[in-house]
Ligand binder design. Structure first.
Ligand SMILES: Cc1ncc(COP(=O)(O)O)c(C=O)c1O
Length: 108
């Protein structure tokens, strides 16, 4: 399940309830589904907490970060993952690489 916690930016800056986020975590746990939090927009204090997930006191399995890492001065993104997920992608085999991109891709 991929979500923008607390604030759905692309959908029109829709703020939704922290209870929804907590329930999403619960459902993912129950059905063994990874919860991916896209905190590209909300990370680093933009919702009043360091990360929007903190409003519901939950941790995602994967967290995507970028914008506020450099405030646009440099193209940079980060993908944070639990140890279990990290281990699953840890290999010398390039085919197993956890490929990712960075933000501000057309940055001069
Ligand atoms: C919530 C969210 N996720 C992802 C992206 C895409 O970011 P990127 O430029 O790192 O691909 C954006 C871009 O504004 C965003 O607001």
């Amino acid at each position: 399940m991929i979500i923008e916690p607390m604030l759905q930016g692309a959908g029109g800056m829709i703020v939704w309830k922290k209870e929804f986020l907590a329930k999403a975590r619960e459902l993912c746990d129950r059905f063994d589904i990874l919860l991916i939090a896209d905190e590209v927009l909300t990370g680093f204090g933009r919702t009043g907490k360091m990360f929007a997930c903190e409003h519901a006191a939950i941790s995602p399995d994967i967290m995507c970060l970028s914008k506020a890492l450099t405030a646009g001065y440099l193209p940079l993104g980060a993908t944070l993952a639990t140890e279990e997920i990290y281990e699953a992608f840890l290999s010398d085999d390039r085919a197993k690489t956890f490929f990712h991109g960075h933000s501000f891709t057309a940055h001069p």
